[in-house]
Design a protein around this ligand. Sequence first.
Ligand code: HEM
Length: 193
Amino acid sequence: MTHTAITKHPEPAPAPAPATGRGRRLPPRWRKAILTLHVTVGVGWVGIEIVQLVLGLVGLSTGDAGVVRATRVVMEILGIELIAAAAWTTLLTGLLLSAVTQWGLLKHYWIVTKLVITVALMLNGHFLLQHWLRVQAEMTDAPDAPESLGLRLVISMSVSLVLLVTATALSVYKPWGRTRRGRRRPATGRARP
Ligand code: HEM
């Protein structure tokens, strides 16, 4: 009887290693609050990019001058104000999370790759996209004129969207393990799987 009871109830899983070192710098509820903000704005950024792409495609394909004007105005508002705010908030909350958790900023390839993607998208947005969006919005009275500009915007937004979805997937799968720096100085805590 006793023997059967023992085999039916396996040993409880070992308690997880205590989160020590960097992971302890912030109380868990604060980490979760920042992570919630990070995920909301990061994935929100993906959503804005999808809307931008749809507007760009509608602007290119419609023959209705009123619709073309409307898409250009909305694209300018979304692309200049909203995307910049989402990008900065994603970057800052990501940097903060890296600093206060055992993940570290340069210790895991998935985080370094996300950082590179985010900075590249922000530079592209600042130096190219915003300028193109302004030029396009100023041409609202000449709906047919800058078709090549509309095409450039759609291509750029498609590439941005692919990179953003890649960043989201990297966040979920967390692939490739530790960088050389991460291996040299192992984290004291245990990275969440
Ligand atoms: C393209 C923009 C980004 C998107 C869409 C994004 C999305 C996400 C998502 C969905 C998670 C949650 C994953 C999970 O809990 O399983 C996450 C976590 C995380 N992200 Fe990002 N992220 C972006 C940029 C960044 C950047 C630039 C950094 C750092 C420089 C960063 C650092 C982190 C860290 C450290 C975590 C794990 C936090 C934790 O588990 O405590 N992210 N990100």
